[in-house]
Ligand binder design. Structure first.
Ligand code: THU
Length: 170
């Protein structure tokens, strides 16, 4: 079998575009009350960061369907890959401690040299994938609030921050 036996004589390519939207605010004070509460909890969560190697203190706060707010922070290790981001620390803790609750929203903040960053920290790919898993599991949108002191970005669902997310083995 030669490779060109499989190549169609005339191929039709379609250019596709996707549209992603998010809300942007000029600071935490501009957020609606519920989002502001979660953003401030993420700022508070930076205080428990263990980040002696990077000095980058990340906090994550989750709102659960029970109404509870869960906080987590990045935890580093001298064997660098053994550490974990704030988002996954918070999500794994929430799922382990409250297995029946949905995570309806997550807020993230970061600080460096004692100051909360002006621009939001955007979650790494692995954390986005874990967000996708819990959103799929509960079948409910997870809102994402990326918090900086001069810029806040709000995404209504994980798909908007992780297009083409992996959510099926079929
Ligand atoms: N980090 C997080 O906790 N969340 C993010 O979204 C990005 C990065 C942590 C991992 C590491 O402890 C430090 O920030 C520097 O990369």
């Amino acid at each position: 079998m030669r490779i060109f036996d499989f190549v169609p004589i005339r191929s039709i390519m379609t250019l596709k575009e996707i549209n992603i939207s998010y809300k942007e605010y000029g600071g935490i004070g501009e957020l609606p009350e519920e989002d502001k509460e979660l953003a401030l909890a993420a700022v508070k969560a930076t205080e428990s960061s263990y980040s002696p190697y990077s000095g980058f203190r990340v906090g994550a706060a989750l709102r659960l369907s029970t109404g509870e707010i869960i906080r987590g922070s990045n935890q580093e290790n001298i064997a660098y890959p053994s550490g974990l981001c704030a988002e996954r620390t918070a999500m794994f803790y929430a799922s382990a401690a409250y297995p029946d609750a949905d995570i309806t929203a997550i807020a993230i903040a970061a600080s460096q040299k004692g100051e909360i960053c002006e621009k939001p920290a955007t979650p790494c790919g692995a954390c986005r994938q874990v967000m996708a898993e819990y959103q799929t599991k509960t079948g409910q949108n997870m809102k994402i609030i990326l918090t900086g002191t001069r810029q806040v970005m709000v995404f209504e669902k994980v798909d908007d921050i992780l297009p083409f997310l992996f959510d099926s083995l079929k």
